[in-house]
Each structure stands twice: as C-alpha cells, then as structure tokens.
Write a protein of this length. Structure first.
Length: 329
C-alpha cells in the first residue's frame, strides 16, 4: 500500500510517498479500514520535526491521527461492523496510508450527508472538543466558555458544540480574519490578542464582571495568568494545547480564592478503553448533530496524498482556518 513516510526528523523534505506492507487481516476485535481521506493535525507536523514521538504501539514513521473510509475486513469478535460500512475514527498514528487497523470500538458511522473530505475533518477535533467541554468541564446550559485559538480546528468545533448546548461562546485569536470567520459558527464575542491580559477586561465586559465558567485553552503558558483572572468562581480551565509553552507561574492564592478547577487533557496517548469511551460518547451525542446539519466540519483545503509537503507547509505557516485534509484513495 501507499503511505506517507517520515524518513527522518526534519522539514517537509523528509516526507515521502512510499510503498509499505499492507496491514494483515485483522484478528479478534480489530477492523481493517480502507482509508479514503485523513486530516492533518499539529501533532503530525511535530512528529515529522522530531518533537512529538508517537505512543508505544503506534507507527513511528507513518503519521495520521484520524481517518474516514470503508471497513475492509473485520476480526472474528467484531459484530457491529461489516465490510463496506462507512466509518470514521481516531488512532495513535498511521492514518496517512491506504489501510489502517484499529479497534472496532474506535469507529463511528459516517452520516450520509458527509463525503470523505468532510468526514475526515471531524473525528479528532470534535471528539477532543466534546470530551473537554462535557466529560471534563461538565458544561451546562447558560454557562459561558472562553476558547483560546478559536479559529483552530478544535476551536471551531468547540464553538458549535457550545452553542448547541445553550451556552455562550467567547474566543481569542491572533488575527481578526479568523475571528470574523468564526462568527458564522456561533461565536458571541471575541478579541484579537496581542497581550493575553487584555482578555481579562474583555471578559469582564462580556460577562458583566462575573467571569467565564469554562476556559478551553489551546495555547498554553502565555495565557495562564489571564485565565485565572478571567474565571468566575468555581470555574474550570481545561488545558488542551501548549503552542505558547508548557511552563508558567501559577497563582495558588487566586486559584484557591475562586475555587477553580484546572485539568489537562490529551487524546492521542489514552488507553484503548479511554478512547473507546470518548468515541462512544461522540457517536451518541455528536454524530446525530452532524447528521441533522446542526453542526458541521470546518474544512480549509484538501490535498492529494502526493501534495503532503504542501499541506504541512500550510499548517506550519498557520494559514489554515479549519481542517487540512489529505485524499488517500
């Protein structure tokens, strides 16, 4: 089969399309998927550069964390899927290839209204956003959420889920254009950030001095002080990304006086069982919203597999709004 191969750590020039061994017929509870499209994620770029090694058991040289395709073969213990079923899901790596073997519990049915490109744009960002907002932060109707890097894939997914849940969505970005585009997905208020502390006054204005109930932080260290000051009492900070750094000074006094909760979360490194739970909740609560057209994937651009270097360049330059998708076959 054909696959994107990271030949060594480095720039986009280390990416090659190569013939590699096709995964064998699956056994037990595993499913082999004929991948039709797979989105690019920041983790793929970091892995290519040598900064994000895959977890144990994942391919070290074939990136790709999400996919859309057809069931090709199933293991003897699989009852919920059959060859030909249209499925999408998450994996720890290897999705930028013609075939992929994953646990049956990591798959969900693709709604009829989504084509391959749209379907491939969904799993990583919507599972991450849903898990962070509802499983981790226990978001309730009427609450408010501040999303940093709201123009990102997780950011636009989060805004849509926040609005469907009957909550308020606030957001930040480094560019006005991304904020304007995010408004069509339900963003209520927003601010272009030069100095993160500017967010504190903005949130105070938006919430009449009450602060936000939840912060979904996709940026990291640079925003910690602002997050603490912008929170309402008993607020929850969910840390998803660290693009601005992973170390910052924490004001315990402010955290304690407001009785705040702060949780870190990752999806890629979770156990099979944890990913199965996240996928099951996604299939139950998010897929019906996609099927009804109440939420939708946000697609920036699609590329042929042979154009994978261009796809990486676009993501590294932070030019994309929404998901970058590779067409596999």
């Amino acid at each position: 089969m054909k696959a994107v191969v990271i030949t060594k750590p480095g720039g986009v020039e280390v990416l090659e399309i190569r013939e590699v061994d096709t995964p064998p017929i699956p056994t037990a509870d595993r499913v082999r998927v004929r991948v039709r499209a797979s989105a690019l994620n920041r983790a793929d770029v970091l892995q290519r550069a040598g900064h994000y090694p895959p977890p144990p058991g994942a391919p070290r040289d074939i990136p790709g964390l999400e996919f859309a395709g057809e069931v090709d073969e199933v293991g003897t213990e699989v009852r919920e899927w059959k060859p030909g079923d249209r499925v999408f899901g998450i994996c720890s790596g290897g999705a930028h290839a013609d075939y992929l073997v994953v646990p049956a519990s990591h798959l969900a049915s693709i709604p009829d209204r989504l084509d391959w490109i749209a379907a491939a744009s969904v799993p990583e960002v919507f599972i991450t956003a849903h898990d962070a907002l509802f499983t981790q932060a226990h978001l309730q109707p009427g609450e408010s959420v501040l999303v940093h890097a709201v123009g990102s894939g997780v950011g636009t997914a989060a805004v849509q889920l926040i609005k469907v849940a009957g909550a308020q969505a606030f957001g930040t970005s480094r560019t006005q254009d991304k904020l304007e585009r995010a408004k069509e997905f339900g963003l209520d208020q927003s601010i272009v950030v030069a100095d993160p502390l500017e967010v504190v006054d903005a949130v105070s204005k938006w919430t009449e001095g009450n602060g936000v109930d939840v912060v979904l932080d996709l940026v990291g260290a640079a925003y910690l002080e602002a997050n603490l000051k912008a929170m309402a009492r008993k607020g929850r900070i969910i840390q998803v990304g660290t693009t601005s750094g992973s170390k910052a000074m924490l004001d315990f006094g402010l955290m304690m006086s407001k009785r705040l909760t702060m949780r870190g979360t990752v999806l890629r490194g979770r156990s099979v069982e944890e990913k199965a739970t996240a996928t099951r909740l996604f299939a139950k609560h998010v897929v019906p919203l996609l099927a009804a057209g109440l939420i939708k994937p946000v697609i920036d651009r699609s590329y042929a597999l042979t154009e994978v270097r261009e796809a990486h360049r676009r993501m590294e330059a932070n030019e994309n709004f929404g998901k970058i998708v590779l067409m596999i076959g």
